[in-house]
Design a binder for this molecule. Structure first.
Ligand SMILES: Nc1ncnc2c1ncn2[C@@H]1O[C@H](COP(=O)(O)OP(=O)(O)OP(=O)(O)O)[C@@H](O)[C@H]1O
Length: 758
C-alpha cells in the first residue's frame, strides 16, 4: 500500500474482484518485495507518525484486539486503538496490489449454516413456505460477510455514533468511507473522489464528527458555549444539498449544533443561529461569505473546511465566493499566528483541473489524494443502465409519460430539463400521467423544501428539475433519471445519472436526443466509458405489460361490499361486449389508456409512423437497396411515405419509417403497403419492427433523401466515409474493402465510416 506523498500524495483505492483479493492476501510477490510497507510522509519530510511499516500484519491485528479489550481509556470508542497498533491493523485490513494501490474489500456473501428453527420443537411449522421448507436440521442462508476493513468497529467511531448509524441501517463503512476515515481523523488534508451514490457525505461527516467529539471530551475544544464559533464549515453548491448534509450530520451527531445557511432567505434567523454558537456550519459559499463580511461568522476556531461538489461552484457562479471564503480562512489564521491549524477536505465524483488547481492553493502540501474512480473503466456508477431514445423535441412531451410508466416501475423518477422554462412547461403536460412537481432556482425556498420533503416521502412520482438537483441529492427510491435532452457537459451527465442507483441499488438513466444531437450521445459514451442502448419509444405491448399489473392490483383492492351494486351493469356489459371485452375495457380505463395507445415510430417517436424492418440473408451495402425494393414492389407508394432508412449493425437489415396510413395488416398478419401485399422471399423478409435493432451509428446511415437527416448524410457521412474509410477508389466495388477502414483494420466505428462512400 502506498500513500504517495511526492507531488500528488495519491492513495489509489480500488474495489477489486474476489479473485484479486484472494490472490493478494498479504502474500503477493510485491508484498514480499516491498515488505508491506506504507510509504508515507516521513520520507518526504512529513510527520513521522504517518510512516507505517507492517511486515507482520496478522500479529499486529491480534495485538490490537487484545489491546482493545484491555484499554479502559478507550471504552467509549468502537475499535479505538493505540496509534501504533492502529496503523498495523490498517495495514492488515487493506491489501495492496502489484502497483502499491490500496484495496478496500467489498462485502462478499458467505454461506452460513444456521439451525433450522422450523424443525425445532415448539416452533410453529405452519410458517414454513415452499421456499424455506427443508428436512435438514440446518439450513444454509447467505449472509453478508463484512470484511474487517469495512467494519465500524475497525475505526475510531464512538459507540454513540455507531448506534446512530445502526439505527439508520448502516452496519459497515462503504469503501470511500473506509479509505478516508483515518486520513481525516489523523489530521491530513484530502482530495477525495468516488462515484455518485457511494457515500461521500458520511466519508467526511463521520471523521469530522469523531474528531469534534474527541476534542470536546478531552477539553481541547470548547463545547456548548454560547456564541462559540464553528469548528467546521462545509460549502456546497446548492441549498438543497446543504439541507441534506445538515440532516446527515444531525442524524449521526445529535449532540453537535448544526446550522445550515443559504441565500434566498432572510439573514436574521441565520445571524441569530451564528451568534448563539454552533459547531458545524453548512451552506452555500455566497451566503457564508456574506456572513463573514458582516462580521457574524468568526473563523478563529475553525478545524475543518470541507468542499462538497466543489466543481459545480463554477457553473453556479460560486467559484469566486468559494475561493474568497478559503482566502479569508487562511488569512484569518495567519493573522492570529495560528498557521494552518485546520484541515481542508474536498469531495466530489468529478474533479476537473480548475478545482484541483484552485484547491491545491489551500491544501497543505502533504495532502492525500484518494481516487476511487481512477482505475475503473466507467466514470459513472456501474449500477446504472444507460438508455437513449431519439425523438423530435415535439414528440418528447407525448411519450415521456409512457417512458416513466415503462422504466420507473414502482420507483420514483427525476426528470432533468436544461432550462427552467422547459421544466415549467413539462410539468403542465397532461401526457405526463404520473404525479409530477417542478423544482428549480426560481421556486421559492419554502416551496422547494416542501417539494423535496414530499418527493422523499414518495408523495408524488416525478420531480421535474434543472441541474439544481443534479448534485449530491440522495433519494434512494429514484429508479429512473430522464434527461429531456443531453446535458451541456459530460460531468453534468455523470451527476444527473447519479441520482439513481445509489448505495448499491440498480437504476436507469434515459436520455432523449434529436437526430442532430446524436454525436453528443456518442461523446458521452466515449468520455465516461459506458454503453448506451438506443431504444425506440415504449410500444403498446410494453406499456400494457407495465400497467396491467397495477390495474389488476387496483381491481383487487376494491371493497367487496360495493361489488353487488355493480352486478347488474356488469351483466349487461358482458352480454353486450363479452367478458373479456368488458374487463379489458375496465383495465384500459384504470391504466389511463381509454383514449387508445398511439403507435409511434421506433426511430423517431413520431406519431403516425410505423417502423418496418427488412431482413436479408446476406449483407447489403447500402440502405438504397431497401428503397429500391419499395419502388419495385409498391409502385403506388409515394416516395415520401417511407423515410429514415437506417442500416442494422450486422448490415443484414434495414429499418425505415412508413406513414401508417399506407400500412395495413392483411390475412395471416401479412403486410399490405399502399394496397399491395408483401410476400417474404427466401432471402428477404419484411415485418413491423417490435423493437429497435442495434443500428450502425445512426445519423451516419440515414438515407440522403430524408429531409431531416439529409445534410448529415450528404456532407458528413458521404465525404468522410469515402475519404477516410474507403480510401481507395479502386477498391470500391470489392466486397473485402467494405469491412475495412483506411488503415486496413476492421473495427466497428471505422467499418461503418468505411461504408460511407458507397
Ligand atoms: N456505510 C453505509 N452503509 C449503508 N448505506 C450508506 C452508507 N454510507 C452511505 N450510505 C447511503 O448511501 C446513499 C448515498 O450516499 P451519499 O449521498 O453520501 O453519496 P455520494 O457519494 O455523496 O453521492 P453524490 O456523488 O451523488 O453526492 C445515502 O442514502 C446514504 O445514506
Amino acid at each position: 500500500m502506498l500513500f504517495t506523498t511526492n507531488t500528488e500524495n495519491t492513495a489509489n483505492i480500488n474495489k477489486t474482484s474476489k479473485k484479486d483479493l484472494l490472490s493478494k492476501n498479504g502474500k503477493s510477490k510485491s508484498n514480499k518485495k516491498k515488505g508491506k510497507e506504507i510509504v508515507t510522509s516521513e520520507e518526504n519530510g512529513n510527520p513521522p507518525e504517518l510512516a507505517l511499516k507492517n511486515s507482520k500484519p496478522e500479529i499486529a491485528e491480534k495485538s490490537f484486539k487484545s489491546k482493545k479489550i484491555k484499554d479502559k481509556d478507550e471504552k467509549n470508542t468502537v475499535g479505538s486503538r493505540p496509534k501504533s497498533k492502529r496503523k498495523d491493523y490498517e495495514g492488515k485490513q487493506n491489501d495492496e496490489n502489484e502497483d502499491n494501490t490500496l484495496i478496500v474489500k467489498s462485502p462478499k456473501t458467505k454461506k452460513q449454516k444456521v439451525e433450522n428453527d422450523a424443525l425445532k420443537p415448539g416452533i410453529d411449522n405452519n410458517i414454513i413456505t415452499n421456499d424455506t421448507a427443508t428436512t435438514s436440521q440446518f439450513i444454509e442462508i447467505e449472509t453478508e460477510e463484512i470484511p474487517d476493513n469495512l467494519k465500524l468497529s475497525s475505526y475510531r467511531i464512538t459507540q454513540t455514533t455507531a448506534d446512530s448509524l445502526k439505527k439508520r441501517g448502516i452496519e459497515s463503512l462503504f469503501p470511500i468511507q473506509a479509505a478516508t476515515f483515518d486520513i481525516i481523523y489523523d489530521g491530513k488534508d484530502i482530495l477525495a473522489r468516488a462515484k455518485t451514490g457511494t457515500g461521500k457525505t458520511l466519508a467526511f461527516a463521520l471523521p469530522i464528527t469523531e474528531v469534534l467529539l474527541k476534542s470536546y471530551e478531552n477539553g481541547g475544544l470548547k463545547n456548548g458555549q454560547r456564541g462559540r464559533a464553528p469548528k467546521v464549515i462545509i460549502m456546497t453548491p446548492t441549498r438543497d444539498l446543504a439541507k441534506q448534509i445538515s440532516s446527515e450530520f444531525e442524524s449521526i451527531a445529535p449532540n453537535l449544533k448544526i446550522l445550515c445557511i443559504y441565500g434566498g432567505v432572510a439573514y436574521d434567523f441565520q445571524t441569530q443561529g451564528l451568534r448563539s454558537g454552533i459547531d458545524v456550519l453548512i451552506g452555500t459559499p455566497g451566503r457564508i461569505l456574506d456572513h463573514i463580511d458582516r462580521g457574524n461568522l468568526k473563523l478563529g476556531d475553525l478545524k475543518f473546511i470541507c468542499l462538497d461538489e466543489a466543481d459545480q461552484m463554477l457553473d453556479i457562479g460560486f467559484a469566486e465566493a468559494m475561493e474568497t471564503v478559503l482566502q479569508h480562512v487562511k488569512h484569518h489564521k495567519e493573522n492570529q499566528n495560528k498557521g494552518i491549524d485546520y484541515q481542508t477536505l474536498l469531495f466530489s465524483a468529478t474533479v476537473p483541473d480548475w478545482v484541483k488547481n484552485t484547491v491545491k492553493k489551500y491544501l497543505r502540501t502533504d495532502y492525500v489524494n484518494v481516487d476511487l474512480t481512477k482505475d475503473t473503466n466507467t466514470k459513472t456508477n456501474e449500477n446504472i443502465r444507460h438508455i437513449a431514445i431519439r425523438s423530435a423535441w415535439s414528440s418528447r412531451k407525448d411519450i415521456i409519460g409512457d417512458v416513466v410508466t415503462c422504466y420507473a416501475g414502482s420507483g420514483s423518477c427525476v426528470i432533468f430539463c436544461n432550462t427552467k422554462n422547459d421544466a415549467n412547461e413539462l410539468v403542465l403536460n397532461d401526457k405526463l400521467k404520473q404525479d409530477a412537481r417542478v423544482l428549480h432556482g426560481d421556486i421559492v425556498q419554502t416551496q422547494r423544501e416542501i417539494t423535496m420533503r414530499d418527493f422523499r416521502d414518495g408523495k408524488f412520482k416525478c420531480i421535474i428539475c434543472t441541474d439544481v438537483l443534479a448534485r449530491g441529492i440522495d433519494i434512494p427510491q429514484v429508479d429512473l433519471v430522464i434527461n429531456c435532452e443531453p446535458p451541456k457537459d459530460i460531468d453534468s451527465y455523470v451527476h444527473r445519472a447519479g441520482r439513481t442507483a445509489r448505495a448499491g441499488r440498480q437504476g436507469i438513466a434515459l436520455t432523449f436526443f434529436k437526430a442532430q444531437e446524436e454525436n453528443r450521445i456518442w461523446n458521452i459514451q466515449r468520455c465516461i466509458g459506458v454503453s448506451f442502448q438506443i431504444v425506440g419509444p415504449p410500444q403498446p405491448q410494453e406499456i400494457i405489460a407495465a400497467t396491467a399489473n397495477d390495474a389488476v392490483k387496483i381491481l383487487e383492492s376494491v371493497e367487496s361490499n360495493v361489488l353487488p351494486y355493480f352486478h347488474s351493469t356488469a351483466k349487461e356489459l358482458i352480454e353486450s361486449q363479452g367478458a373479456i371485452g368488458a374487463l379489458s375495457a375496465a383495465l384500459a380505463y384504470i391504466s389511463g389508456y381509454s383514449g387508445g395507445i398511439k403507435k409511434r415510430s421506433l426511430m423517431s417517436a413520431d406519431e403516425g409512423y410505423t417502423t418496418l424492418l427488412f431482413r436479408f440473408t446476406y449483407p447489403i451495402r447500402h440502405t438504397s437497396y431497401a428503397r429500391s425494393i419499395f419502388k419495385k414492389h409498391f409502385p403506388d407508394l409515394p416516395e415520401d411515405a417511407v423515410k429514415r432508412f437506417s442500416m442494422t449493425k450486422d448490415m443484414q437489415g434495414v429499418v425505415c419509417d412508413i406513414s401508417t396510413q399506407y400500412l395495413e395488416t392483411g390475412e395471416d398478419e401479412c403486410l399490405v403497403l399502399a394496397g399491395r401485399q408483401w410476400y417474404d422471399t427466401a432471402t428477404t423478409t419484411l415485418e413491423v419492427a417490435k423493437e429497435l435493432p442495434e443500428l450502425l451509428q445512426i445519423n451516419k446511415v440515414f438515407d440522403r433523401n430524408d429531409g431531416e437527416y439529409g445534410n448529415g448524410y450528404g456532407n458528413g457521412y458521404g465525404n468522410n466515409g469515402y475519404r477516410n474509410g474507403y480510401g481507395n477508389k479502386n477498391n470500391s466495388n470489392k466486397w473485402k474493402s467494405f469491412n475495412r477502414n483506411g488503415n486496413g483494420k476492421s473495427n466497428g466505428y471505422n467499418r461503418f465510416r468505411g461504408n460511407g462512400g458507397m
